[in-house]
Design a binder for this molecule. Sequence first.
Ligand code: FAD
Ligand code: N01
Length: 538
Amino acid sequence: MAEATNTTKTADFDAIVVGGGFAGIYMVHRLRNLMGMTVRAYEAGSGIGGTWFWNRYPGARCDIQSMEYSYQFSEELQQEWEWSERFATQPEILKYANHVAERFDLMKDIQLNTPVASTIYDDATALWTVTTASGEVKTARFVVMATGCLSSANLPNIKGRDSFKGDTYHTGKWPHEGVDFTGKRVAVIGTGSSAIQSIPLIAQQAKHLTVFQRTASFTVPAHNQPLDPEFVRDFKSRYKEIRTHNWQQPFGQDFGSFGESALKISETERNDIYEKQWQKGGLSFMGTFDDLMFDRVANETAAEFIRTKIRGIVQDPAVADALAPRQIVGCKRLCVDTGFYDTFNRPNVTLVPLDNNPLEEITATGVRTGKGLVEVDVVVFATGFDAMTGAVSKIDVRGTGGRTLQDKWAEGPKTYLGLATAGFPNMFFVTGPGSPSVLSNMLPSIEQHVEWIAECIDHVSTHQGRTIEALPESEETWVHHVNDVAHTTLYPNCNSWYLGANVPGKVRVFMPYIGVNTYVDKCRDVVAKGYEGFRIAR
Ligand code: FAD
Ligand code: N01
């Protein structure tokens, strides 16, 4: 149990956690059940689960295999939970999140339907005052932002958007009761992962589906399937070994590379290997060769392989050409699909590429491009998220001297290790910008962050520390390092949400840190050196 200090006594809670996704619920478990702290988590939604609570669109599922997209902090939990499919559906993942909350008795400290409006630091007392949207005010010594990387929906400000008389939906805020598209003319705007998962299923129901595509995405087949009990038994018997091995991988999971370079073997050999990965399915396609994200020529071999696949699946050559992405594969997050390209062979599906035909406006009855109005009954915005900083930026966060986080991050988010930011003592971020987060299997990354934060809070408390804060110079060095690492790769070369490029006016900075393995070592090293780069005030 963390030793109480004078300031703790005057605070309502030792810690307040903002968010009730996988990060928030595990933070509550760690601080309360394992450290004996008083904790309150506030969650805006009417249930826990975060991503898996909000994203209920048809086809929503994970694309990291379920056996690995799960917590590892409890061996019992890991052994007892049974996933049914290689890539679990949204309802199954949500059920898992609720099972965890129930199993560890977490709900009593999670307040639902409670968006946090502000978190303000008081220099005199070293306490945070957290105010909810409904005006509830509570104080805490520590605040943990577990607000999610992909939790702030990006609803583009398209001219006439609100004049549409039919139904509109955003994939990231899908109605709980579901949507029946039967007999409806539907527009989907966007062709990222959410669109790619939902389009095949919407097309099966709708009278007609029109897909508005600004940038074609690369997608590889999921080859999802029910899990074989023998596979599960073997996996569970080797969990520790598998998880340990994953921590040593740059993306936190084993993609099973076939070689250092795509360019050192013949085209036939290379395409055989791509074919093997294509048949295997999933994100491991990007692990085929080690240089795919470092060398444009190597990358182009993978890109062209996928384009050839598209031409082989999509019957209309003009549609196939429009669906074939021109950019670097993997530069925007690779999508994983079930029947996406086949869907464009259906007579009730039309693709409207927007590259030379911009989306002009939404009218009362449909979507207008330079080529005319497409009349629809329903518009689905599959337009993504204000990623990594969106949710936190909506909260009025003020640190020492009353400085706002918005002001501090005006030129782009600045953190030390994605965990803390200078001038905001005793505040932590789970998978914040500057951590591997979205370029990793996020559940293990969340656990690693939650455990680091919990250990840090324990250290500060047991050493009679009043506050811990990232030093400005360590933060500067880290931000440069994140940027330098990104620029050794091809990642910064397209308009991705990793860079904030999908949100008009957002500062263009590469936000995730590339390299789970080096990152985890660095976090351990910082602790081993007495929280190097942080200042602990007594
Ligand atoms: P979230 O799950 O986003 O939870 C954050 C919570 O904070 C939300 O419930 C939100 O309501 C709440 N919140 C935000 N602001 C406030 C506020 N002001 N007050 C109160 N509450 C607030 N990652 C993978 O690794 N593998 C996958 O296969 C994968 N699939 C994905 C599929 C989809 C459709 C999406 C959108 C993301 C996917 N991700 C995947 C990323 C996913 O976001 C993470 O894996 C993980 O679920 C994030 O958990 P979290 O708790 O950090 O954030
Ligand atoms: O969002 P996105 P998402 N006019 O930003 C288009 C995770 N995830 O919700 O590319 C017209 O990828 C935009 O076009 P462009 C995963 O990490 C995982 O699909 O900007 N179009 C793009 O096509 C993923 O990366 C899964 O030119 C507009 C689309 O909308 C992340 O969440 C499933 C537009 C947005 O794509 C986000 O995915 C789902 C406009 N004004 C999500 N604005 C799994 O499979 C935007 N677009 C596990």
